[in-house]
Design a protein. Structure first.
Length: 256
């Protein structure tokens, strides 16, 4: 793990912890007498559930960022051509040898300059996780984004519910942390939501971010008889994406 990746992951974990502690330790005002029994019952349960969900999010983050995204290995070259044959793609499109790591690239693979590896079903290199998103970790990346979105929405609700607006400098001074936290959470929520929506759309079309952005520069797409030779319908695309490991065990080949 490089120094850059270590700092990014440390910053992510520290920010999550600081925001969580601040939200739940900040005084949010006293409950009305009629509301105190409900407040007491939720005083332990809600923070416990939130911390558990946050812990799950952090574990998913480290799993996605540290796992092999689908690096192409030199010893796997012999079986690559059979794995990547697709009828809708012209037979004139041949596997090319990467000019950087000198392995034969299977279809939909791309060399990442930052990771210094060719990655199967390359989607993009994510600076947030300091790792590529590819064949092996893309489904888990979607799960991570979904859990992270729930955590952010919950945290935003906690921050907003603790704000009691008053026009005074004293109020602003005592609530500055909640205000800053709420604004940060709003920004992160928008980013995560847009990422999740865009990825789910591309997955439903069985295409990747790299293919979507660089369609006219990719040989196997330029020579294809169809606009998207990998598209098998929304339901099948989603099924094969999220159940890729099961498909691999069943037919012995990587899902296209």
């Amino acid at each position: 793990m490089g120094a850059g990746g270590m700092w990014v992951r440390t910053a992510h974990t520290a920010l999550s912890g600081v925001l969580t502690l601040g939200l739940f330790l900040h005084r949010t005002g006293e409950a009305e007498p009629s509301q105190r029994p409900e407040a007491e019952r939720g005083a332990v349960l809600q923070p416990t559930l939130f911390v558990a969900l946050l812990g799950c999010s952090v574990l998913l983050y480290f799993k996605v960022s540290l796992m092999d995204p689908g690096f192409v290995r030199a010893e796997e070259e012999k079986s690559e051509e059979q794995r990547t044959m697709i009828p809708q793609v012209s037979s004139s499109v041949k596997m090319r040898r990467c000019g950087y790591c000198m392995v034969k690239q299977p279809m939909r693979a791309k060399h990442c300059q930052l990771c210094q590896h060719c990655v199967r079903r390359y989607d993009h290199h994510c600076p947030w996780i300091e790792n590529c998103v590819g064949e092996k970790n893309h489904p888990l990346f979607i799960v991570y984004l979904s859990v992270q979105l729930i955590v952010l929405l919950w945290g935003g609700h906690v921050a907003w519910s603790g704000l009691y607006f008053k026009q005074s400098w004293e109020w602003l001074w005592h609530n500055i942390f909640l205000l800053v936290s709420f604004l940060l959470i709003v920004v992160f929520t928008i980013v995560v939501l847009l990422l999740l929506i865009s990825h789910l759309y591309l997955i439903s079309c069985n295409t990747t971010t790299w293919e979507f952005m660089s369609y006219h520069r990719i040989s196997y797409l330029r020579h294809s008889e169809l606009e998207n030779p990998f598209d098998q319908g929304v339901i099948r695309n989603l099924w094969r994406f999220f159940c890729s490991s099961w498909c691999l065990l069943q037919d012995g080949s990587f899902p296209p």
